[in-house]
Design a binder for this molecule. Structure first.
Ligand code: CAA
Length: 266
């Protein structure tokens, strides 16, 4: 595993469980171009590993103050509109890579999760937050709009009215309020953040990785399709899962009243 990164850390926390830590605590982990490139390389490294070596990815921020306080305002202040478009497209495509990974991507969030940081967390499969987390899209305070997918993914996460309210006011939500509106799945005291993430991972790892990968695909594709097409896509994927060794084992184990022994094989 490469350790060539300056702005992130990619470490194996346990067997096949990877932590990608956004690591510019002096700038509250603000996302600059170099960091986005490094995130992309790290995700590519994981996508090239087989399931035995990469089972889950957790994304977290270094330091206790912030997950990510947004895109790097210093870097953005020098951009012209063409460069701004490239910067937005880079952030969007890097975050889209989380959706394309077959393994679950969990955001373990503490502190400020603002702008591009909130957009990054929204691109993860789900978010577990500490009680001190604060979520928001404050771009309008800078005369900007969200550019890393915020107007799209926040809408899907919290609905159009809450998305408008958060975007127009730039208001920050507490972790508890973020949970109430569906942005966050679980909120725990800071000391419990990583143990809670690890408990969820333990549950995930006891299930069929083939079925998890295919359900992720179906959920992600459903977000872009009309309901009839999404349902027919689900039926196709449901049919393909029946070709897997894991589906035979899972159903057989139920009938034999024993725990399944999933191989992660089709
Ligand atoms: N970009 C660059 N640097 C940032 C940053 C950002 N988004 N957020 C914080 N920093 C830097 C600060 O400049 C400061 O650096 P110096 O010590 O060198 O001055 C350091 O991090 C610590 O920050 P503060 O001193 O401001 O800490 P604070 O506790 O007083 O305030 C905060 C914390 C409320 C999060 C405040 O830092 C803040 O408002 N940050 C900006 C939040 C924001 O507007 N995010 C949206 C960015 S735009 C965007 O993300 C566009 C997009 O969608 C692509």
């Amino acid at each position: 595993m490469s350790n060539q990164y300056q702005n992130i850390k990619l470490e194996q926390h346990a067997n096949g469980v990877w932590f990608l830590t956004l690591n510019r605590p002096q700038a509250l982990n603000a996302l600059n171009s170099q960091m986005l490139n490094e995130i992309s390389s790290a995700v590519r490294e994981l996508s090239e590993m087989d399931y035995d070596h990469a089972k889950v990815l957790v994304i977290t921020g270094a330091g206790e103050k912030a997950f990510v306080a947004g895109a790097d305002i210093k870097e953005m202040s020098d951009l012209n509109s063409d460069q701004a478009k490239s910067f937005a497209e880079k952030g969007q495509s890097v975050f889209h890579e989380f959706n394309l990974l077959k393994i679950p991507v969990i955001a373990a969030v503490n502190g400020f999760t603002l702008g591009g940081g909130c957009e990054l967390a929204l691109a993860c499969d789900f978010i577990i937050a500490s009680e001190n987390a604060k979520f928001g899209l404050p771009e309008v305070s800078l005369g900007l709009i969200p550019g890393f997918g915020g107007t799209v993914r926040l809408l899907n996460a919290v609905g159009i009215r809450k998305a408008r309210e958060m975007t127009f006011t730039g208001e920050l939500l507490t972790a508890a309020d973020a949970k109430l509106c569906g942005l966050v799945s679980t909120v725990v005291p800071l000391a419990e953040l990583i143990p809670t993430v690890m408990k969820k991972i333990e549950m995930i790892l006891s299930k069929s990785s083939v079925a998890i990968g295919l359900s992720k695909k179906s959920i992600n594709e459903a977000a872009d399709l009309e309901i009839e097409k999404a349902l027919s896509n689900e039926a196709e994927i449901f049919s393909s899962v029946f070709e897997s060794v894991d589906s035979k084992e899972g159903m057989q184990a139920f009938l034999e009243k024993r725990k399944p022994n999933f191989s992660g094989k089709y």
